[in-house]
Every structure is written in C-alpha cells, then in structure tokens.
Design a protein around this ligand. Structure first.
Ligand code: ATP
Ligand code: MG
Length: 572
C-alpha cells in the first residue's frame, strides 16, 4: 500500500464538502418518505476488546448521520460469542462512546436480548424444512463447502426429516451433546458462487457462560444469523457497516425473506474501513499487545484505542473533526496518521493554556539580577483566546533553559544562546551570554548571562533579538515526570513483514516511550489528570492519571510540528 501525501495536505484544509454517498442515499429516502421518513442507525460493537480509532470513525458516522437527519442511533452489543466477551469491554465501550460526545439515550440493546426470538425463528425454519442438524465436524463442513468457482458438496445430513431435525435441535438446546458435535445449518444453495449462501451454520453448541444470559443457553447463534434479524427487530432503517460485510448481505436478506412477512426491511450499506499508517487496528492484535505486555494496557497512550487516545490527551472534538475530514470512502485506503495528529494539534492550539517547561535543563545565572529579587510576570494564558487572560510566572536570578538552546561554538544561523550572543527570555528580558562553566567531562554546567533591565517585555523597548527562549525560574520550578511518547510502530504499514515467520510485532518502535524529569512552571502544581497544556516551543502535554499528590506526571500528546520525518532520517 502507498501513502498519499498530496491527499493528506488536501484533507487538512477546511473546505466545505459535498454530500457523501450515504448522505445522498438518506436524503433520497427522506424525499421518497421511505420508512415514513424515519432514520434509525445503529453502532454494533462486539464486546471482545476496547474500541479503536476505526470504531470511532464508525461511531461518528452512525451517530452523526442520525443527528444530521433528525434520526436516532442505537447502541447494540453483538454478544453472540460467550467465550470472547466480557463485562469490562461492555463498560469501556459505553464510556468511550459517551466521551466522544454521543448518546444512545434509552436505546441500549444486546443481540443476546433476541436469543429467544432467534431460537423461535430457527425452529420455524426447521419446521418448514429450511434448516437441518448436521453431525459433521467443522473441518468436513468447510471442506465440502469448496471454492467459489465450483459447486460444493451437499452434506449427507441435509435429507434428515423435519421430525428428526426438531428432535436433535431440541436436544442440542437441552445440552445433550458436547461442543462441536453438531450444528444447525440453513438449507441454502451449495452451488451458489457466494460461499456464504452454501448452507450457512445458524447455531453452534458452546457450553459456556454468557456475560448476560448466564447458563441459560448452550447453543449460540452465529453472527451472520443474528445480525440482520437484530437490525429488523430494532427497526433499523440504514444498517451501515464496513465493506467486508457486503458479501454477507444476500444472506442477511435471505434469512429475513424466509422469516418475515412485512414489507419493511433494514437496508445495509457498506463503506471502506478506516486504516491508519503506523497503526494496527485489529482487536486481536491490540489484545496481543496488551496481554503480552508490549504496552501497559488498553489505555496505554501509545495505543490507537479511544481510551489510549483519551489518556494521551486527544480530545473528542479532534477525533470527531478527524472523522469528518477523512469522510466516507467506497474503496479501501490508508489515511496518514499525520492527519490525525494535525487535527489534535489544531484543536489543542485553541484550548490549551501555555506554560513553560524545560525538559533537558541547564542553569543560567543572570549575574546582574539582584540576589533574592523575584518578579512576578503576567503572561498570556493562550494568545488564541485572549479572554483567558494572564498567568503569573516568577522570574529570579537563576533560570533553567533547554541544553539544546545553548551552543559553545554556534554557527551563524543558530538564533539561540552562545558566548556573546543575545536572546530574549520569553515574556521577560533580553539576556547576553558572558561566559560558561564546564564539568570535567566537558558538559556545560552553568551559563553566566547579564540582562538588560530596559528590555522588559511589554515595556515598549525597541531592542530586537532573533531568538526567544522558554525558561523557568530555578528556585520556583517543580519537577515532573514527563513521558515522551512516539509512534508505536516504526513501519508505515506495520502489518507488512518481510519474512513469513515474523509478524507485526517486529515493527514495534523500541523508542516509543522515553521517560524524563522536567522542570515545570510552578503555576500548574495543582493541575488535575487530563488537564492539557502547551509547553511552549515543545508540544502539547496532558496530566496523566498516574500523578499523585506530590508528583505530576505528564504525557506528551503531540509535538508542536510534524517531527516524524526528521526522526526517521536520523534513524535510517
Ligand atoms: P476489528 O476488525 O478491529 O477486530 P471488528 O470489526 O471485529 O473490529 P466490531 O466490534 O465488530 O469490531 O465493530 C463494530 C463496528 O465498528 C462494526 O460496524 C464495524 O464495521 C465497525 N468498524 C470496525 N473497525 C472499523 C474501522 N477500521 N473503520 C470503520 N469502522 C470499523
Ligand atoms: Mg466484528
């Protein structure tokens, strides 16, 4: 797969968009008064993992269309497989959808709510000779199904009588048979070019406790048998899903045609799933990263999960904007993860208070600044939002600046500090480097500067310098743990591996987390988890939930500018 830089640049611009194909369909349906003009969509997650950015796209689409067209959107847990599903996932999914800003009101459903009805319908099909119990193993069944270009082989159990099928299905339900010994299959068409129509399995035996129905059932409906009927039972008008389900649609429609008399049908529409560069998005792979300890949990800030992004400091607005920008496609593509980071930056720029933080400090002593003097400077909270006013920032004789803002022997284009050079301490004064001290190993230990008291920011001083540095007063600064996150994978397409015996984990970025201690402006000492800041000149950071009474922990949400290309060049 190839990425498309030109496309990313286009998507960044806020130009107004024409209707997407789903909006066109819905507007047409409304004009024709189809379903009396009602629009009812649904978001149907399987509670077998935490939601990721791809699900966020689907949530924004389903809830967004409902909002736009005065409709509603249901939340339905597709909980047909008791062995993989857990209450923890159900709760996390609800939290994530609410956090994204959407509300299913009182329309919370579970496919398991329909187990009784689905069973009745299965009985109906058995009685009408449209379904049969097959005693063959799943291996034989899939072998007999064959390949699309040749007809499959009909099961020898297909000719069972209705009476025998009813008896066996009843006994499957009662728990008389072990797992995997029998299934209920629909009599489809074993020569159909669509493999899903070749006598699909409707029920399998699983002696497993379900997170909601407990031990009531030991047969469970297959997703393909449950999905269309669940949509029907809820009165869904537009059942929107990803492209891989296009080929299942004839089967969903076939089941309903066999079970339902009314004219109403939920109509399924497919769109291309969201793929992101530098990201894996299958729940199975994300689960592996969590279970095997490659990350610290589902909400590790490096994960593409909604909970990970929340902890990282992404905002719901940014994610919704991103979903809007990528739009709805009919063909598979890969979106540049840089576009997501761009929308995060775009929103944080508007809302994040500015502060000074020095991540790799070196001490500057302002030799002509009186000992013991402290000036309280009033600096803008956010130049993008003047209403937020000013914050107090103390200045004293000793300040920290970034080590990389000083060079012993700087080239002429280096507009920061060096012997004899002048820079402005942002919001304070212009200082001039007079000398410096090194330790035995040759590291810069202290830098000695003088300041010009006539150059205070805002005083109307005409003196100009090329460089402005962020800084913190040494005696006021608070120490904080800073977690510098980077992309979790070094490869643009982590699923692509060169050797067959390797998998996506070889593409994990060994430098995806670096932990340092930084010096922070004292005004933020009472910041709370999830509070967001711009560390000036460095990036956006948010307070992590690991923070304790005496110690703040910050996550780097995103750098100020796209720095990945630079980093890649360095490592190559
Ligand atoms: P995964 O393939 O990541 O394991 P899934 O499709 O099995 O996910 P579900 O819980 O079944 O996960 O998904 C719920 C809904 O989210 C479905 O309608 C599905 O089509 C949609 N969805 C899942 N992944 C994406 C994606 N990458 N982009 C857009 N929609 C997605
Ligand atoms: Mg699925």
């Amino acid at each position: 797969m190839e990425s498309n830089e030109k496309k990313t640049e286009e998507l960044k611009s806020p130009e107004t968009k024409s209707l997407n194909f789903l909006e066109n369909i819905i507007e047409e349906d409304i004009r024709n008064n189809k379903n009396s003009g009602i629009i009812l969509t649904r978001f149907p997650p399987e509670p077998n993992g935490y939601l990721h950015i791809g699900h966020a796209k689907s949530i924004c689409l389903n809830f967004g269309l409902a909002q736009k067209y005065n409709g509603k959107c249901n939340l339905r847990f597709d909980d047909t497989n008791p062995t993989k599903e857990e209450e923890e996932y159900v709760n996390s999914i609800m939290e994530d959808i609410r956090w994204l800003g959407f509300d299913w009101e009182n329309r919370l459903y579970y496919a398991s709510d329909y187990f009784d009805q689905l069973y009745e319908w299965a009985l109906k099909m058995v009685k009408e000779g449209k379904a049969y119990v097959d005693d063959q193993s799943s291996e034989i069944i899939s072998e007999q199904r064959g390949v699309p270009t040749r007809p499959g082989i009909e099961s020898s159990y297909r000719k069972r009588t209705v009476t025998e099928n009813l008896d066996l299905f009843e006994r499957m339900k009662k728990g008389e048979f072990p797992d995997g010994t029998r299934v209920l299959r629909a009599k489809g068409d074993m020569s159909s070019p669509n493999m899903h129509m070749r006598d699909p399995v409707m029920y399998r035996i699983m002696h497993a406790t379900h997170h909601r129905t407990g031990n009531k059932w030991c047969i469970y409906p297959m997703y393909d048998y449950a999905h269309g009927q669940s949509d029907y039972l809820e009165g869904i008008t537009h059942s929107i899903c990803t492209l891989e389900f296009e080929i299942h649609r004839p089967l969903y429609e076939w089941f309903l045609d066999n079970l339902i008399e009314t004219e109403y049908r939920p109509r399924q529409y497919e769109f291309a799933r969201l793929n992101l560069s530098y990201t894996v998005m299958s729940k199975r792979k994300l689960l592996e990263l969590v279970k095997d300890g490659y990350v610290k949990g589902w909400d590790d800030p490096r994960m593409p999960t909604i909970s990970g992004m929340r902890r990282r400091g992404y905002t719901p607005e940014a994610i919704r904007n991103f979903a809007e920008k990528v739009g709805v496609a009919k063909r598979e593509n890969v979106i540049d993860v840089g576009l997501l980071e761009f929308t995060v930056r775009e929103h944080l720029n508007k809302i994040a208070p500015r502060i000074f933080a020095v991540l790799d400090p070196v001490k500057v002593i302002i030799t002509n600044y009186p000992e013991g003097k402290i000036e309280n400077l009033h600096l803008e909270v956010n130049p993008e939002d003047p209403e937020l006013g000013y914050r107090d920032v103390p200045l004293s004789r000793e300040v920290y600046i970034e080590k990389e803002d000083f060079m012993e022997d700087p080239p002429s284009k280096f507009f920061r500090l060096g012997p004899g050079r002048e820079v402005r301490l942002k919001g304070a004064y212009i200082i001039r480097c007079e000398s410096f001290k090194k330790d035995d190993a040759g590291n810069i230990q202290e830098i000695y500067c003088t300041y010009d008291p006539e150059t205070k920011s805002g005083s109307g001083s005409q003196k100009k310098v090329k460089g402005t540095l962020h800084w913190v007063s040494a005696k006021h600064a608070i120490d904080a743990e800073i977690r510098l996150y980077d992309r979790l994978f070094i490869n643009e397409f982590p699923d692509e591996v060169e050797q067959e015996e390797l998998d996506f984990k070889v593409n994990l970025n060994p430098g995806s987390l670096k932990v340092i201690t930084g010096k922070i402006e004292p005004g933020v000492k009472d910041a709370k988890p999830s509070d967001k800041f711009q560390f000036q000149r460095l990036g956006y950071f948010c307070v992590d939930s690991d923070s304790t009474e005496g110690k703040l922990v910050f996550n780097r949400t995103v750098t100020l500018k796209e720095t990945w290309t630079k980093l890649k060049d360095k490592t190559d």
